[in-house]
Design a protein around this ligand. Structure first.
Ligand code: SF4
Length: 327
């Protein structure tokens, strides 16, 4: 039988030209049907990627979607740990990722070795990890949380149960504050986007738009959260944007969410908060690596694939299932 040759990867993705004049959207739609594939896209990807996705969402929504889809192939337009989570939840499905180099600065701030050493320093602590972690880190974790359910899950643990929380220090401190727990040891990691919104620019924007509500993600640091009207996961901020009566919102999360916010509320205004370097759009460069061309090539060649050793996958699944049961 003739073997299909896999194309080579350059910088994590298939690097080859597509035929002139090809309609990428139509071709992706045709292949999705032919191969029984679904495309999951995170809210931080570009508008053109979200437009062609079967499901858009944040980490929790997409993990749940990955678990219940009947498709044979999942194309995950997000970042690498999300595709890993999809593979853990759907071991019999082929999970494809348009670009293997879609890392996450937060997930990269902790690895298996550093976490194992930390756990030794704090024995008898329940290990809670944010979903933004590798499968190896999840395998050392007792319960995974997302920004949507972190407060809810930590609140369910007995008050005297000591906790290691990682890797996001801002989310950890926020959960600690809201739940009033003192016995939380927090890993010192951060997201290169959310940890770097500029608090002075936000204060200035509030003066310029006095009737606007400020929506902020709990991965933002305290100087931003202290100025926010609503603090929540991306999906919670989206919900606030269409449920609240205000027509102007200053938004401190990755601006990819503006696509869905504007789609739901075309007559409202969404204002981004600049980053500390004065850049008006504080974007996640990893999420923006996903593109229509890469999705097309990935679906066509069914490559690159995210696969995990069975034992690692089995261990990583335990803490995700605990999260699902407690959310
Ligand atoms: S926005 Fe931050 S936490 Fe989210 S994927 Fe990008 S680097 Fe990771």
């Amino acid at each position: 039988m003739e073997e299909t040759l896999k194309p080579t990867l350059k910088n994590g993705h298939i690097d080859m030209p597509v035929p002139d004049g090809i309609d990428l959207r139509a071709e992706i739609a045709r292949m999705k049907k032919e191969k029984n594939a679904v495309i999951l896209a995170h809210y931080y990807t570009t508008a053109e990627v979200q437009e062609i996705a079967d499901y858009t969402g944040d980490s929790l929504g997409l993990s749940q979607q990955a678990a219940k889809t009947d498709a044979d192939i999942i194309v995950f337009a997000g970042v690498h740990f999300m595709a890993e989570t999809a593979k853990v939840l759907s071991p019999n499905k082929k999970v494809l990722i348009p670009d293997l180099a879609t890392s996450c600065s937060l997930a990269d701030s902790v690895n298996e070795k550093s976490l194992a050493e930390f756990i030794k320093k704090y024995p008898n602590h329940t290990v809670i990890s944010y979903v933004n972690t590798t499968a190896e880190v999840k395998a050392l974790t007792d319960i995974v949380v997302t920004s949507s359910n972190a407060v809810k899950i930590v609140s369910q643990l007995p008050k005297d149960e000591p906790i290691i929380f990682g890797p996001d220090r801002n989310l950890g401190n926020y959960v600690k504050k809201v739940t009033g727990r003192e016995n939380m040891v927090i890993w010192d990691g951060g997201c290169h986007v959310h940890d770097h919104f500029d608090a002075n620019s936000l204060a200035e924007l509030k003066k310029q738009h006095p009737s606007a509500k400020v929506l902020a993600h709990p991965e933002c640091n305290e100087s931003i959260l202290a100025q926010a009207d609503v603090i929540g996961a991306t999906s919670a901020l989206l919900k606030a944007s269409y449920e609240l009566p205000e027509t102007e919102f200053i938004v401190a999360t990755e601006p990819g969410i503006f696509y869905e916010m504007t789609k739901r509320s075309p007559n409202k205004t969404f204002i981004p908060v600049p980053n500390e370097h004065g850049h008006p759009l504080n974007v996640c460069v990893n999420m923006k690596r996903n593109s229509l061309k890469k999705i097309y090539l990935t679906l066509k060649y069914e490559f690159p694939e995210v696969d995990l050793p069975e034992e690692l996958s089995r261990k990583a699944k335990v803490c995700i299932e605990r999260m699902m049961a407690m959310s």
